[in-house]
Design a protein around this ligand. Structure first.
Ligand SMILES: Nc1ncnc2c1ncn2[C@@H]1O[C@H](COP(=O)(O)OP(=O)(O)OP(=O)(O)O)[C@@H](O)[C@H]1O
Ligand SMILES: Cc1cn([C@H]2C[C@H](O)[C@@H](COP(=O)(O)O)O2)c(=O)[nH]c1=O
Length: 208
């Protein structure tokens, strides 16, 4: 039986999600709150291994449906092995990407269809939708420029897609915002780190 809050964070490449939620985790821990920060694809050994397969830049032959199925397989294992046990203990889970990434990237940008990708993900997650999703909205040109400046970051297979793919990812997210207006909160991620962090933190706190 789920008791904790399940919060997911979404957005195009370089929107600042990972940096902001790391700081939110630190802030909440300093305040004595227990929070589990995790990510997709990954977060546990099996899913990290699937991540390596999906994101390896050498795997240029990977077909769209294979990609979608691998993301949903990693999601299933991560959900049952890590997310659900934490939620059952009443812990707030903050997850860097979840189903909306599959809907925006594979469903819309890859052209597999949002409803089709929704279908395979229902098999993977059942009714375990997030309580709240923070969507970091950014022009992909700004996001990709931020990534290019971050020399320590590994370039993955999805980063190598052309700009038109990244614009379609954002378009997909904007469609999801219209479809799930109560669950998804949009944050203007083109502002300074502090401004984005403050808004994201205030949303997370308002849920607790
Ligand atoms: N508001 C901001 N303004 C400018 N740079 C930022 C901002 N937020 C984060 N950055 C920088 O942008 C880069 C990408 O940030 P981060 O890795 O947090 O993004 P992300 O959304 O998790 O990206 P991805 O999903 O592609 O991994 C990092 O170098 C980070 O320091
Ligand atoms: C969960 C999920 C992710 N993706 C893409 C989005 C990114 O390009 C990578 C993950 O890298 P990050 O640095 O950890 O953000 O995978 C996707 O296409 N579909 C998904 O379901």
């Amino acid at each position: 039986m789920k008791k904790g809050l399940f919060i997911t964070v979404e957005g195009p490449e370089g929107a600042g999600k990972t940096s902001v939620i790391k700081k939110i985790e630190e802030t909440l821990q300093e305040r004595g709150q227990t929070i589990l920060l995790t990510r997709e694809p990954g977060g546990i050994e099996i899913a990290e291994k699937i991540r390596e397969v999906i994101l390896n830049p050498e795997h240029k032959a990977m077909e769209g449906r294979t990609e979608a199925l691998l993301y949903s397989a990693a999601r299933r294992q991560h959900l049952v092995e890590k997310v659900l046990p934490a939620l059952e203990q009443g812990i707030t889970v903050l997850c860097d990407r979840f189903i909306d990434s599959s809907l925006a990237y594979q469903g819309h940008a890859r052209g597999l269809g949002i409803d089709e990708v929704w279908g395979i993900n229902q098999f993977a997650i059942g009714d375990m939708m997030p309580d709240c999703t923070l969507y970091f909205d950014i022009d992909p040109a700004i996001g990709m420029a931020r990534i290019a400046q971050n020399k320590g970051r590994e370039v993955n297979r999805l980063d190598l897609e052309g700009m038109s793919f990244h614009h379609k990812v954002r378009e997909g997210y904007l469609m999801l915002l219209e479809r799930f207006p109560e669950r998804i909160h949009s944050i203007d991620a083109s502002r300074s780190f502090e401004e984005v962090y403050e808004e994201a933190l205030s949303i997370v706190q308002s849920l607790q």
